[in-house]
Each structure stands twice: as C-alpha cells, then as structure tokens.
Write a protein that binds this ligand. Structure first.
Ligand SMILES: Cc1cc2nc3c(=O)[nH]c(=O)nc-3n(C[C@H](O)[C@H](O)[C@H](O)COP(=O)(O)OP(=O)(O)OC[C@H]3O[C@@H](n4cnc5c(N)ncnc54)[C@H](O)[C@@H]3O)c2cc1C
Length: 541
C-alpha cells in the first residue's frame, strides 16, 4: 500500500485530516521569500493520539513529517523540502488552554494556542496576567515562539525561559508511542503533575532545551509562567536628535537595565530610517527597481514627522512608588540625551483624548492620529495585549498591497518579501557604532533599506533585528536580499556579530564540522535514526 493510502486509513478515525499536495502547498507552502515549499501533503491534527501513529508509520513507510503550530515563521521559514516526501503536520487545532494555577500565573497550552486566544481566555477568566506577546501579532502560536526561542517586550522577555515544562513525542521508532515528560513528572505520584509545571530544570540532565531550534520532537504541551499585570506602569520614550549621542544612549541603556533590573522591561533603540518606515509610506514604491531611501529623503520625511536620529522605547512595571522612582532616575540620567516622554504624562493622556475627536477630514489630524494610535498599540504590546502594530513593516516594499492594520495582516499570503538578520552584539558603544556602519554600508550596497533596531534584553547583551524587506515580485531583488543576508552573516561573524536565530537557508550554510554540530549529529541519529522529523532544520546536514 502506498504512503497516501496508509495515511488515509489513519486519518479515517477523525483524529486528523489528510490534505493533498496541491492544497498543502497553497495552505502551508507560501513564505516571505522564494517559491512556495512543495509538500507531499499535509495532515491537520485534531487529536494528539494520532501523532504517535503518524511517527510510527513515517519510520516504517519512509516519509518525513514537519510539525508546525501556526506556521507564521515569517522571515525565517520552516523547512527546505528537497527530494523526500515531506508531510506538513499542522498542530493548530490542538489549542487547549488548561489553568495550572491562576494565583501563581501558571498556564498549560497546546501548540495551536495563539496570542489572541490566550488573551481572550485571560480576560474571560479574569486572570490578572499578561500574554507574552511578540511583534508577529495575534495569530501566532505562543508555544512555537518559545520553541524558536523568540522574545518580546513584556516583563518575561525570553519566551523559552518562561516555559516551566513541556511534553513531546520523539521520532524514535521504539519511543514514539510514549509521551515524553520530565523525570520530575515521571516520579510524581500525586496525580496532578503540579511540581513539574512549577520548576523549569527538573531532575537529571535537562533535555527540554533540546526541543528548541531543533528537529528532535513534536511538542504537544507547554506550561508557561505568566507575568502579572503591574499595579502601575509607564512606557518611556527618549528622542535623541544628535547622532553623536549614540554612544551615550547605549551607556544609558546599559546602566538603566543594570541598576533598575526587574523594574524595567526590555528596551528598544531604533534608528531614524526604522522610525520613518514605521510612520511614513515608502515614496520609492513606483521606482523600478525600488531604491532605498536617500539620506535627503530620510531627513525630509523625518523632519515632517519630527522624528529623531535615534529613539529609545522602554517600559517600567511595578508598584506606583517604584514606577515613580524609576521615572525620576530616567529623567535625571537621560535628560542630556534628548526629549523624554512618559506614557502616563498629561501630554500623552491629553493627546489620546484629542484623537477621539471626529476630525479625520483634516489631513494633518489624520497623520497625528495615525502616529498616536501606533503609540497606543505599542503601549498595549508592553502590557501583553496582542495587536498588529509591527506587522506593516514587511509591506514596506510591497507594490500591490499596503499593510493596513484595519484587516488581519499576513505577510506571506500577501506576497511580502522579508528575511531577518538577527545577530547578538556586545553591550559596547564602540562595537555598536561599528555594527551600525557595517549594516548601513552593506545593505545600501545591495539596494536595501537598513532599518536598525536594537533590543536590549539584559544589561550585558544586545540583540539586533534587522529586517531585509524586498520586493518579492522581482526575482532580482530577491536574489540581492539573499546575497545581502549571507554577507551580513558571514562578514558580521568576523567582527563578532553572531546570530541567535537563522532563516532556514542560512542554517544549511553553517560549517557543521565543529564539535557542537557533530554532537548534534550524534543526538539526532540516536533520537531519530530514520531522520523522519524536519530534516535540515538546525541539524548537521
Ligand atoms: C513584523 C514581524 C514581527 C515579528 N516580531 C517577532 C518578535 O517580536 N519576536 C519573535 O520571536 N519573532 C518575531 N517575528 C518572527 C516570527 O513571525 C515569529 O517568531 C512567529 O511567532 C513564528 O511563527 P509561529 O509561532 O507561527 O511558528 P511556527 O511556524 O508554527 O513554528 C516555527 C518552527 O518551530 C517548530 N515547531 C513549531 N511547532 C512545533 C511543535 N509543536 N513541535 C515541534 N516543533 C515545532 C518547527 O520547526 C517550525 O518550523 C516577527 C515577524 C514579523 C513579520
């Protein structure tokens, strides 16, 4: 019997639906770079019990499975399908939410639970907690973002760090029928599995981490520690109008994160081009090829919106006196950098009242309203309210579709071209200056807009997320974007700028001769001897 017929029999029970190849490509193959991925088919899973059966069959029948939760890994991609038949495993229907302990903020979720679904649950059930949101928006899974070791800007910024426990199925032919949980879970005979869900590190070797950025298991459940909504909150914005103050801005951020740790969430530092891309329409869309904004264009657009050279955006969480104390610290130490604004200031409160006025017919008003609405959405994100505030970015060079937030945005489905360059950088003003000039010169050389953001998660490490936004309708532009990304990664590594996460093509270009990748090879062979799970995903191939 062929693979398709055997899968049809398994799916007959109603635990899953088998989708044919053509439909699978249409539903799951589209991404923000390159041609759609070709799959032999897709399997939409409605009940977890079918997963071990599928893994068993994959081992004997010789096909591959690629699990996804919401399949929105925009700018990174999922898997490169080459010759073997690969079936995509869509886990999005597994979206149960189980309250582990409301008082402690512990919640257990399935792979399909999106930011919006958890948000709605917390509101309905009256939980005083925040969703660990990301810029990818309401339709994205929380579990898979943690598996990708993604991060956000709510207080628990590192999403996998907030994962206390997980359960998974291994691809091994003899182990695939048992659900794997930690040694603590296996020892606990109380029947409620509570301790496992409160303690991240378990007992014995820690193996949960092996399921992140890897292809070693199908994760079906994760318990997250949620941050409590603070009794008081303020976002802060520091506009730095002098480019020369960049080094001082970096030192300020480092000191703030170190001295006010626990009260200040992660901090973003964005350059003028990035701010322009967030607030203006691209004036070069009609050009062929689309050119990056010239310095004159950047300056003109920035002046029209009063945008600074650099902008620091951060958040303070805590009891009122604590928030007031940190605000005072920021005012004192940050005043030499530029203009400081707090979200709970009378000025912003007044502005938000002002935008409610029905005056859209005045163009200038519409513009201010747009900016204030985005500001408000940015604040909501910091408070764990999912929204689409960051999602227009991939539409910057989209000639046919604008990223209007009034409808649900889907950058892959709407033909946006996007790749991410996401290096980790030392917290050192000189190194960061060097990085800025390296990124600017490299990207401009390839005709791309260098839109730079630094996210400071801790005082000692910085992550920069640089989007390579290109016109996906032009093959030439796409090739340029790939080449540019490769140069950024390879040249960047020579200067000590090393990625924390890679688009799928770049994962395959890594030198796999190091002891690290050889060890991964041994682990992969032991856990998945028939290489049935997501071949090529962060492995030694
Ligand atoms: C404008 C914009 C802003 C963004 N902002 C952020 C941000 O702030 N932070 C951030 O981290 N990312 C961000 N992203 C990147 C990305 O879109 C998100 O990380 C997104 O959450 C990943 O998609 P997903 O959750 O649907 O994962 P999926 O596509 O479902 O999964 C990603 C990968 O994880 C693995 N996987 C998924 N589920 C399972 C499972 N159950 N078992 C085993 N393996 C599994 C698979 O290998 C899969 O390919 C952004 C993207 C855009 C376009």
């Amino acid at each position: 019997m062929d693979i398709h017929s055997q899968l049809t029999i398994i799916c007959q029970s109603g635990t899953a639906t088998l989708i044919d190849s053509e439909k699978a490509v249409e539903l799951y193959g589209i991404n923000t770079f390159g041609q759609p991925q070709r799959f032999a088919g897709a399997i939409k899973v409605f009940e977890e019990s079918v997963i071990p059966q599928l893994l068993k069959l994959a081992n004997t029948a010789g096909f591959k499975l690629h699990p996804v939760s919401t399949n929105n890994n925009w700018g990174y991609g999922s898997i490169l399908v080459n010759k073997d038949p690969v079936y995509l495993l869509d886990l999005s229907p597994l979206n149960s939410i189980t309250p582990t302990n409301k008082q402690l903020g512990l919640i257990t979720i399935g792979p399909g639970v999106t930011q919006q679904q958890l948000h709605d649950y917390l509101v309905e059930e009256n939980w005083p907690h925040m969703v660990p949101v990301t810029g990818a928006g309401p339709s994205c899974s929380l579990l898979s973002n943690a598996l990708e070791r993604g991060y956000g800007i709510t207080p628990y910024t590192d999403h996998f760090y907030a994962c206390n426990a997980l359960k998974a199925y291994l691809p091994h032919p003899e182990l695939c029928e048992q659900k794997l949980s930690s040694a603590v879970s296996a020892l606990d005979q109380s029947g409620n599995d509570f301790i496992d869900k409160t303690f991240k590190w378990g007992l014995g070797p820690y193996i949960d981490g092996l399921f992140t950025q890897s292809n070693l298991g199908v994760v079906t459940e994760m318990t997250l520690r949620l941050a409590k909504k603070p009794s008081s909150f303020s976002a802060f914005y520091i506009q730095i109008f002098e480019g020369d103050d960049f080094a001082e801005a970096v030192s300020f951020i480092r000191d703030l994160l170190e001295s006010q740790s626990g009260m200040v969430g992660s901090i973003n530092l964005m350059d003028k081009r990035r701010l322009v891309s967030m607030t203006c329409e691209n004036p070069n869309l009609d050009k062929n090829p689309i050119e990056p904004l010239s310095d004159e264009q950047v300056n003109k657009l920035a002046a029209s919106k009063r945008l600074p050279e650099w902008m620091i955006v951060g958040s303070i969480y805590g009891e009122k006196p604590v928030v007031n104390f940190v605000k005072k610290y920021i005012k004192q130490k940050g005043k030499k950098l530029g203009r400081i604004l707090f979200s709970d200031s009378w000025l912003l409160k007044f502005a938000h009242q002002f935008v409610r006025l029905p005056m859209n017919f005045v163009p200038a008003f519409k513009d201010v309203k747009g900016q204030l609405t985005s500001l408000k959405e940015g604040i909501d994100i910091m408070l764990g309210e999912p929204n689409q505030v960051a999602l227009p970015l991939p539409y910057w060079r989209n000639k046919t579709t604008q990223g209007k937030k009034s409808r649900p945005l889907d950058p892959a489905a709407e033909n946006c071209g996007l790749l991410w360059y996401a290096p980790l950088l030392p917290m050192d003003p000189d190194a960061l200056k060097q990085f800025v000039s390296f990124v600017r010169s490299t990207m401009l050389q390839y005709g791309l807009d260098p839109l730079i953001t630094f996210t400071n998660l801790k005082h000692d490490c910085i992550d920069s997320t640089v989007p390579l936004v290109f016109n996906k309708q032009s093959e030439e532009d796409e090739i340029k974007a790939f080449n540019c990304l490769h140069e950024l990664i390879t040249e960047g590594c020579k200067q000590g700028f090393v990625p924390y996460r890679l688009p799928i093509h770049e994962q395959q270009q890594l030198d796999k001769t190091s002891a690290f990748w050889q060890t991964i090879n041994i682990i992969k062979n032991a856990v998945d001897p028939n290489n049935i799970l997501s071949p090529g995903k962060y492995d030694s191939q």
